[in-house]
Design a binder for this molecule. Structure first.
Ligand SMILES: [Fe+2]
Length: 218
């Protein structure tokens, strides 16, 4: 093997909802519309209003967003048997008719997250790219108020908004840490093809073996 090859493992993504989306949508949009913004018209993006360049700064709409993203993030880390999470950067994109983001990835983080604050039509959903097959993947049941999270190495884009209504998304980068996976699945699981088969009895036996081994070493 002279050059590295792309192999396929399992790639998980998470699909959830902002519980109070209907209650906060208008306030959040109003705050975003009155925030400082800039445009991007280059080979990567065509978007009239965003605060991407201010993503390291405090902005008026962030507190309302953070209050409502916390429950999702707390549930999110549990899915991966972790205890804590961090959000590094947060920004909005407001796509007018015809505007889009080209294929890209998010560097310097583990997860890319997209909250669909205003989605004029399902055809405007974020599109992912399967790098192994070259096929586009559209998460079929995404609707306004939903949030999707996927590994930051997954290439994705926002296809042109074909509608008169603006498409508004809030994107953010995140990491998870403080894993507790070793407490649920001791290292003996390496022998198995799937950790889902690892039942309670086997876990108990593995724990006892671990304790015996530790006692022998001490
Ligand atoms: Fe993105």
């Amino acid at each position: 093997m002279s050059k590295p090859e792309l192999k396929t493992l399992v790639t998980e993504y998470v699909h959830g909802k902002i519980e109070k989306h209907n209650e906060i949508k208008q306030d959040l949009i109003s705050q975003i519309l009155s925030s400082d913004s800039h445009s991007i018209f280059d080979e990567t993006e065509r978007v009239s209003y965003t605060d991407l360049n201010y993503r390291d700064q405090a902005r008026p709409w962030l507190p309302l967003f953070f209050d409502n993203i916390k429950p999702y993030m707390n549930d999110f880390v549990k899915l991966f048997m972790h205890d804590n999470w961090a959000i590094h950067h947060t920004w909005y994109f407001r796509y007018l008719k015809g505007e889009y983001s080209q294929w890209h990835v998010h560097p310097d983080c583990s997860w890319t997250n997209v909250y669909f604050l205003q989605l004029p039509d399902k055809k405007s959903r974020t599109t992912l790219l399967n790098a192994s097959s070259g096929e586009e993947v559209i998460i079929a049941d995404v609707e306004e108020g939903d949030i999707i999270s996927f590994p930051s190495t997954v290439i994705h884009c926002s296809k042109p908004n074909m509608f008169d209504e603006d498409k508004i998304v809030i994107a953010f980068n995140s990491d998870i840490y403080d894993t507790k996976v070793h407490k649920t699945y001791p290292v003996e699981t390496y022998k198995r093809t799937t950790i889902k088969d690892f039942n309670t009895e086997e876990r108990k036996a593995a724990k006892q073996r671990e304790e015996r081994n530790r006692d022998n070493v001490e």
